[in-house]
Unconditional design. Structure first.
Length: 453
């Protein structure tokens, strides 16, 4: 096993450390004079010296601003932690087993790009060197408040490469029909008293206890992130009662000011303001919960869903940009149909002159350009051995046309039906899901051989 510590050169200021000194001072602890932060990398590998040095100076450390200290051990133990003194304290923090760390995946791929194949696993961590007179209670406060999130991290005392937790299904029913059970789910899921009474009343009427996934679904659906209970709630402040915090403050002030450059506010997925009389700017603030480190890719997808999807969907829905491109293409062939169309006709003879079109095209081209730079584009056509390229492309075109036509007829959101509707156990959403999958599998019986023999 190899261990690498990467730190800034001693003559350079450590911005991460200086920020921590200020944060520690804000906790009321004034005896800390300096903090230095280093990045730690553990490599589960048996590498020859030349390959190990190549990884260190070409990948992990920037030779201009950083220096590294490398060591090799034969056992999975922590071998270079150092000793605490009354004036110097060393704390090393790493992610818990099973927590996704994108840096690990990036290093693993980068090592492979260097032509080195002997690295079995990578783990990362942080090393904090705190200078100052600190007692154990103060050091514990600094760890708990600033350095370690116990949900995803732990303090390293003896390092070893852990095995990721394995999932084993177990049907778990939560006892809410007894007083002890009610107290437990309040603590675990954070339901309000009114929500808890509604849940308990429902399942008592059903004569059974809920499963954990049923309670998790309700907790997600009624969460702060999904329904903004703080914004919508009634708040009592001394003798004053605020009914709906958002409407009584930000929304109220915006409506009273009624600035002419506020083209669309609190009406749609995002706000739109005038920029220069010809162009407008569209803004979105995504109220995504922090942190997302337990599942960073899912968290990033949710954030992107709000920050990109909602501006794209403002006014006409997410298909607005695509619809205008379609209207432009149709206008080249049958302009009289476009002019007579109730949906397309309002866009005039220049449907592409709209921010959604440029935003849509920019996102697509930006993603493609980024993928090309990182060599992540590999054009290929998935088809069975007995399926010609022409037939495969024809099937794809027909399937796309059918899907587009059906989505236009539906006039609704597929993800909304599947996620929100199903979470609320709405009959229409459940029927939709059954028909969706049944139709997909039924169609697959006829075309699946075109993909695989």
């Amino acid at each position: 096993m190899h261990r690498v510590e990467v730190r800034l050169k001693s003559h350079l200021p450590d911005s991460r450390g200086l920020g921590l000194v200020k944060d520690i001072y804000d906790l009321g602890i004034t005896t800390v004079s300096n903090v230095r932060v280093a990045d730690i990398y553990w490599l589960d590998a048996d590498l020859p010296p030349d390959e190990f040095n190549l990884i260190c100076h070409s990948l992990l450390a920037d030779p201009v601003t950083q220096e590294y200290q490398a060591s090799t051990t034969t056992a999975n133990t922590e071998g270079n932690r150092g000793e605490d003194t009354t004036q110097s304290h060393i704390i090393e923090v790493a992610y818990n087993a099973g927590v996704t760390d994108p840096v690990e995946d990036t290093i693993t791929k980068a090592v492979q790009d260097l032509g080195i194949s002997g690295v079995r696993a990578v783990k990362t961590g942080k090393r904090y060197e705190i200078s100052g007179q600190l007692g154990e209670p103060e050091l514990q406060t600094i760890c708990n408040r600033l350095l370690v999130n116990p949900t995803i991290q732990h303090v390293v005392k003896e390092f070893h490469f852990p095995e990721n937790p394995q999932y084993h299904f177990k049907l778990n029913q939560i006892d809410i029909l007894s007083e002890a059970g009610v107290g437990e789910i309040t603590k675990q899921f954070g339901f309000t008293e009114d929500e808890l009474q509604a849940i308990v009343g429902y399942f008592r009427q059903e004569g059974r206890n809920p499963t954990d996934i049923e309670l998790e679904t309700l907790a997600q659906t009624w969460s702060e992130h999904c329904v903004h209970k703080t914004f919508k709630g009634r708040i009592k402040l001394s003798d004053q009662t605020i009914d709906n915090l958002l409407k009584s403050t930000v929304m109220k002030a915006t409506k009273e000011l009624a600035r002419p450059w506020c083209l669309s506010v609190f009406e749609d997925n995002a706000g739109v303001i005038d920029f220069d009389g010809h162009w407008a700017l569209c803004f979105k603030v995504e109220t995504h919960n922090h942190p997302s480190a337990v599942e960073p890719y899912g968290g990033a997808a949710t954030g992107i869903g709000g920050v990109i999807r909602d501006p794209l969907g403002t006014g006409l829905g997410a298909s607005g940009g695509i619809a205008r491109i379609g209207a432009y293409a149709e206008n080249l062939v049958v302009p009289e149909h476009v002019a007579e169309s109730e949906y397309f006709g309002g866009w005039g003879s220049a449907p592409l002159r709209y921010y959604l079109v440029y935003m849509f095209v920019g996102i697509v081209l930006g993603g493609l350009f980024s993928a090309l730079l990182r060599n992540r584009v590999k054009p290929q056509l998935e088809r069975g051995k007995s399926c010609s390229r022409g037939l495969r492309m024809t099937l794809a075109l027909v399937g796309g046309l059918l899907a587009g036509f059906a989505s236009r007829l539906a006039g609704g959101c597929t993800s909304g039906q599947a996620l929100t509707g199903s979470a609320l156990l709405l009959t229409g959403s459940l029927v939709f899901l059954v028909c969706l999958f049944a139709g997909g599998y039924a169609a697959a019986l006829f075309v699946r051989r075109q993909w695989h023999d």
